[in-house]
Each structure stands twice: as structure tokens, then as C-alpha cells.
Write a protein that binds this ligand. Sequence first.
Ligand SMILES: NC(=O)C1=CN([C@@H]2O[C@H](COP(=O)(O)OP(=O)(O)OC[C@H]3O[C@@H](n4cnc5c(N)ncnc54)[C@H](O)[C@@H]3O)[C@@H](O)[C@H]2O)C=CC1
Ligand SMILES: O=C(O)CCC(=O)C(=O)O
Length: 426
Amino acid sequence: MNSLASLYENDPVYQMAVKQLKESISILGYPEEYVEILRHPEKLVQVKITIKRDNGKLETFLGWRSQHNSALGPYKGGVRYGENVTPGEVVALSIWMTWKTSLAGLPYGGGKGGVRVNPKALSPRELEELSRKFFAGIARDVGPDVDIPAPDVYTNPQTMAWYFDEYSKIAGYNAWGVVTAKPVDLGGLNARVVSTGYGTALTAREAAKKALGGFEGKTVAIHGFGNVGMYAAKYAQEWGAIVVAVSDSSGYIYDPKGIDVEEAIRVKNETGKVTNYKKGNVKVSTNHLEVLELPVDVLIPAATENVITMENVHRIKAKVISEGANGPTTPEADRILHDKGVVVVPDILANAGGVTMSWIEWSHNRMGCWLTDDEALSRLDKMMTINFHRVYDDWQKRFSQYPMRIAAYAIAVDRVVKAMKLRGWI
Ligand SMILES: NC(=O)C1=CN([C@@H]2O[C@H](COP(=O)(O)OP(=O)(O)OC[C@H]3O[C@@H](n4cnc5c(N)ncnc54)[C@H](O)[C@@H]3O)[C@@H](O)[C@H]2O)C=CC1
Ligand SMILES: O=C(O)CCC(=O)C(=O)O
């Protein structure tokens, strides 16, 4: 294999994505050579980004955009910033995007981007320069009909406004459809901000109805309190569950009687650390991973990949897990959870609220008309509830000896393979 593949092949997150792909291809009865076709991105772009720091020094960062598969439509997926971002992680995330958009029935393929940078160490001006230069670097490879980025970890609507502006200047017109999750004044929807967390809480709710006889009164712990974790907490509480614990990278807070989610969001937004929450008899710990092991009914991992592993899976007590994060559970741990009777709603189903709302935003931008947030959320609710039950029922009917992820993958991979065959690619 060529040397570009050596950039990602040894990455453990990439290897996890390939393992899941292999299992699905084998279960679907497709030839093994499909694994070789589908394990590589169609294109991987590396960008060098040099910015002038506020102290006058030049600093160089690397960024990547992985375009995994476009059989069903333009590549779609977020861009993340982080000091440990690797090309392997970006390629893996782009593979998962292909399955996610396919499973959601959207007219998209899968892509993902990343920049290896600690965003917390940059001033707002430095962050803007980095964001604009990253997007200018990939401008020839993206576009409203080619590849449509969106936010992921440590990027947000402001980042999308810079991307949109940079691309529009290069293209010579206002390219509304080149990114989604834009600010409302630039054609975005407020509903996109809440949509991933909304969808993750929704799939937790539907899974709890199946596995626990209902969602109301059930206890919930959430790992990660950013965009996804916060809104998953908000909607879980709104729908009657008791959110007893949440964490961010500073640690976690736990109150068995329930935490005040609105207050926790205020504390996180104003101080940057959820562990500054002080209400009631709250217990505060600096070990954020312990939140995964609390005695709760429902667990929502909403931070990073590889947090439920063979190391901690035997200590996990939740009976329902809804994966807000991408790739939080290793395949081995997933199998053990399944054998213990835990219902794990897989990431490609549980966190599809974001990309589904992105599609609603993108298609309305292109038609030049606008939806209210309530209309957009009610559409999302319908789409995700139907999709959850379609996957759940198929799992029970055809794949109950496997984790639910396998049923989701079987539907998703099959749709992509069929499109590739129809197009004459394979
Ligand atoms: N924002 C979106 O629309 C979507 C996000 N996701 C996934 O959800 C997860 C969270 O994303 P966002 O909430 O958007 O990010 P965010 O940047 O808004 O929040 C991330 C949260 O995770 C915590 N965190 C970061 N690194 C951590 C680490 N190494 N260990 C423990 N905690 C850590 C942060 O403190 C923060 O609370 C990611 O896996 C992302 O790929 C999936 C679908 C869509
Ligand atoms: O809204 C989007 O296009 C991206 C969402 C995303 O990156 C994800 O679902 O992981």
C-alpha cells in the first residue's frame, strides 16, 4: 500500500473502524475484497497552517480532511480541533460518517476533518486565523455539492462563520451550503445547536422504553459536557429522567437526588469547568472516567472515543447506553455489554441528530427558504424515532445474537454497497 495509508493504518481508532467494517461485510455475506475497497478514504488532504501568534512568533500546525465515500452524495462531517488529533482518527471518523449518513437515509457520503492544535491555548484572533487558513487550504476540495463540513469537538457556529466567509471570498459568491451549523444570522438554525444532544436523549428515551419500561424517573449519567452532553442532559431532564452526574475534562459532579442541569450549564459556560457546580449535596471528583461506572440506569458517553474498554466494562452498571460521542465503546467491550444484557444504541444511530439537522439546514439554504426551530426539531424527532425503531426491530428480528451496532451497520453498509454497485464502481 502507498505511503499515505501509513499515515492512518496503525492508528487504534482507525483499526477499530476497520474491525467493525470487516464484521459487517462478513455478516452481510459480501466478498472480503469489499473491506479493502471500503477501508480507505477516496481522498485524504493534508494542510499546513502557519499563523502569526499574538507575540509575533510564527507557528505551524497540520490539518486533515478525509473524504471517505461519496456513493450516496457529497461528503459530510465535522471538523475537530485537538492537540492529539491524528490522521488515523480523522479517517476513522470519516468512515463512521459514511455509515451514519447512510443509516439516516440522507443524500450524503462521509467525511471528517481535524487540526492538531490545542484551541484553548490560542487567543480568539489566533483561532480565527487558524480556522480561515485551514479552510482556505481545503477550499478546492470542498463545496456545497462536494464536501460540506460542520462542527465537531472544539469547533462551533463561529468557526463555521469563518469557514463560510473564507470559502465565499474564494468562490466569489455567498456559498450558504458549503458548511452547516452556521450562526442563525448566516442561514443556520438554532435547532442545530441542540440537535445532536436532542437525538442522543431521544434514542436513550426510546431504548429505555424498550429495556427499562420507560424513561421517566430513570437515573442518567453523562460523560462529556460540551455541545452534545449539555443538550442530552437538558432533554433527558425535560422528558422526566433524573440526571444525577455529568463530567467534563476537569472531572465530574454527582448527586444521587439529581443535579440542576440549567445551573450546571450556566456554571460550565461561565467558568469553563462543570466541577465548579456547588448546589445541594453534590460530590465532586477530578477523575472524569469514574462517571462511566456510577450506579445509574442510563449512561450517555458524550466526550471522546475509546472510553468504554475491556479495562472498565465489567464495572459499568447502566442497562442502557446511548452513544453521543463517536466511537466511545471498543468492539470487545460492546460484545461484553451485549452479553450482560445492556442495550447499547450505537453512535451512528444515537448521535445522528446533528447531521440530520445539518441536512435540514443545507437543503433549506439551497431552496432559499427557512424553517422555524420548532418545525425543524419536530421533523428531526419524527425522523430519528422512526429510524430508532427500524434499527431496533431489525436487530431483534435478524441480529439479536449480536450487539445492536451490527444491525445498524448491516443496514448502513448495505445501502452504500448497493449505491456503489448501481453506479458501476464495484
Ligand atoms: N457536535 C456535534 O454535532 C456532534 C458531535 N459528536 C461527537 O460527540 C462528542 C462530543 O462532541 P461535542 O459535544 O461537539 O464537543 P465539545 O467540544 O462541545 O465538548 C466535548 C466535551 O468533552 C470533554 N472532553 C474533551 N476531551 C476529553 C477527554 N480527553 N476526556 C474527557 N472529556 C473530554 C470536554 O471537556 C467537553 O465537555 C465527540 O465524540 C463528537 O465527535 C457526534 C455527532 C455530532
Ligand atoms: O453535522 C454534520 O455534518 C457533522 C456531524 C458530525 O461530525 C458527526 O455526526 O460526527
